[in-house]
Design a binder for this molecule. Structure first.
Ligand SMILES: Cc1cc2nc3c(=O)[nH]c(=O)nc-3n(C[C@H](O)[C@H](O)[C@H](O)COP(=O)(O)OP(=O)(O)OC[C@H]3O[C@@H](n4cnc5c(N)ncnc54)[C@H](O)[C@@H]3O)c2cc1C
Ligand code: SF4
Length: 518
């Protein structure tokens, strides 16, 4: 008999949410997390520690297609990438579930429709305490319930931006935010509405991350066990290869391994690491990697065509919590582009220390006051254009079993067009119309390969085992008791942030597992 009913490998948006769903059932659930608890300490909110010293970026080395090593911006902690995320918790658009024609090709249909996921989106918004306002964004999909919490209010400069956008004929909306903010009762609000949210851990645990709202509530149940510093390195199967019989785990530091047994094994290590674990579990029954008879494991890696850009407001921008506004008027294109361009939203307010961290060589000699002047006037936007699933954009393993990431961008034209749409608006928005620079002028020109925050797509789900890794329940076609619930399962990524979709899908798969275990 297995020691556990379910073993979940990875505790981020996918795994942490699944754990919470399974916990009240009384089933024996083991959570395996390669990282540790992220320490709560003053440095959580220090831009210098977080952005210059990369204090919470986990040591790991990946390689690009040419074999050049780089350090991915990964966060191996209980809660995974959600410990650092901006908590913009969007639903995909209804159309994202259907085939969509893009500038560079087709974004494929999902094997389930928006309607299938809708109840779980509603549930995920409740679990992750999302604040928002329905009815403002013309592209928003139908919802069976209002947001559980009111929208986070705009600060005056962002309210001005919303008013100016509306006056220019656009439809700015209050961005959906996962922060435990009670603006009607600030003395009792857990969130203090600080300027260190997007990209920082929350020291007061008021961000709706997968540690605080997934793993910790799950651990209140005695039937749930968490092992930290426990990296899943290989899945063993029976001789036929149809059942996972053991999860081999490397314990932190000393390199010793242990093997755990569970009736059901759920992989949720993040898109690149989940592919790595399956590929590393090749055997006689699965010579190309576990569950990889379709040769799809690791392929179709996506991570959004993202641009963090900085405009200079003519007036100072004293905003503290900036991530309250979004614009989807270009999401599906416009009069001049009959293909999708993407989403515009705010990103956390930049401060001078970030610029030094983001482009240390170029800014090292710059006098601090000029960076501070820029920061005082900066309004920071995040533009996301969908990148398409491409078979050759993929994770493979090098001879040492490390991740090798090959990636050629798609949809560069709509990405540039989205940038120019925003730039064309600046004159109406009280901003210097000449100055919309990549924040990476102070950092780097693109979100580089190492910026893996929105990674997805390496184990896509589908109804055809020849072209997908997982079935519509996110169970491996070839292995009866193996599931994957992180963003790997995405057949396409849309142009809004991915976490809420992973959370909603985990609740959906969780219900399937509870039914199966009954
Ligand atoms: C700075 C930043 C900002 C972001 N902002 C947003 C946002 O505003 N909105 C949004 O929707 N998304 C945002 N994201 C993306 C979002 O966090 C991810 O899409 C989401 O967390 C993905 O969930 P996941 O379960 O696929 O992976 P993760 O959350 O990364 O979880 C994977 C987990 O698996 C663990 N793990 C990896 N390998 C192993 C192994 N072999 N054995 C055991 N454990 C393992 C990792 O340590 C980690 O805990 C942001 C991400 C970052 C980094
Ligand atoms: S804004 Fe709120 S949730 Fe975000 S880091 Fe600050 S206190 Fe935490």
């Amino acid at each position: 008999m297995s020691t556990y009913d379910v073993i979940v490998i990875g505790t981020g948006a996918g795994g942490g949410t699944l754990a919470r769903r399974l916990a009240p059932s009384g089933k024996r659930v083991l959570l395996l997390e390669r990282g540790d608890w992220l320490p709560r300490e003053p440095a959580n909110w220090s831009a210098r520690d977080v952005f210059i010293d990369n204090r919470y970026v986990s040591p790991d080395t990946w390689f690009d297609a040419e074999g050049k090593p780089f350090q991915p911006q990964v966060h191996y902690h209980v809660g995974g990438a959600t410990k650092m995320y901006g908590a913009a918790l969007y639903r995909l658009r209804e159309e994202d579930f259907r085939e969509l024609r893009h500038h560079d090709g087709i974004s494929p249909a999902w094997p389930i429709g928006y309607d299938d996921l809708e109840p779980f989106y509603t549930e995920a918004e409740r679990v992750y305490q999302v604040h928002g306002a329905r009815g403002e964004d013309p592209t928003e999909p139908p919802a069976s319930a209002p947001y559980p919490f009111p929208a986070v209010s705009h600060e005056p400069r962002i309210q001005q931006l919303a008013d100016d956008l509306a006056a220019a004929g656009h439809h700015p909306f209050h961005a959906p935010c996962g922060v435990m903010l009670d603006e009607s009762n600030m003395p009792y609000s857990r969130c203090v509405r600080c300027g260190s949210c997007d990209g920082f851990p929350c020291v007061v645990h008021a961000k709706s991350d997968a540690e605080v709202l997934g793993v910790r509530p799950a651990l209140e149940h005695a039937n749930v066990t968490l092992e930290t510093n426990a990296e899943g390195v290989r899945l063993e199967t029976d001789a036929a290869g149809s059942t996972v019989t053991g999860v081999v785990v490397r314990r932190g530091g000393n390199g010793t391994t242990e093997t755990y047994t569970g009736d059901i094994v759920v992989v949720s290590c993040g898109a690149a690491n989940s592919a790595r674990l399956l590929l590393a579990s090749a055997s006689d029954a699965h010579p190309a990697g576990l569950a990889n008879g379709s040769d799809q494991v690791g392929r179709n890696y996506m991570f959004h065509n993202s641009q963090a850009v900085l405009a200079l407001s003519k007036d100072e921008n004293p905003t503290v919590f900036q991530k309250t506004l979004g614009v989807n008027d270009f999401y599906f294109g416009d009069d001049e582009a009959d293909y999708p361009l993407g989403n515009i939203q705010m990103v956390g307010k930049s401060v001078a220390d970030m610029y030094r961290g983001e482009k240390p060589l170029q800014t090292r000699l710059a006098p601090q006051h000029s960076l501070e002047e820029i920061a005082r006037h900066a309004i920071d936007f995040w533009l996301s254009t969908e990148d398409l699933p491409v078979a050759d954009n993929r994770v493979t393993l090098n001879a040492g079993g490390q991740i090798r990431l090959s990636y050629t961008p798609t949809n560069d034209v709509p990405k540039q067009q989205l940038y120019h749409r925003l730039k064309g608006l600046l004159a109406h928005l009280g901003m210097d119309q000449r100055h919309l620079v990549p924040r990476h002028t102070y950092l780097k020109n693109e979100i580089p390969l190492a910026g893996v925050a929105h990674q997805a797509g390496t184990c896509r789900f589908g109804s055809d085992p020849a072209t997908s890794v997982l079935d519509t329940d996110c169970r491996a076609h070839e292995v009866d008791n193996l599931y994957v619930v992180d963003t790997s399962f995405f057949p396409s990524i849309g142009a809004v942030n991915p976490a809420l979709t992973a959370m909603a899908n985990s609740l959906r798969v969780g219900d399937h597992l509870l039914e199966r275990l009954r």
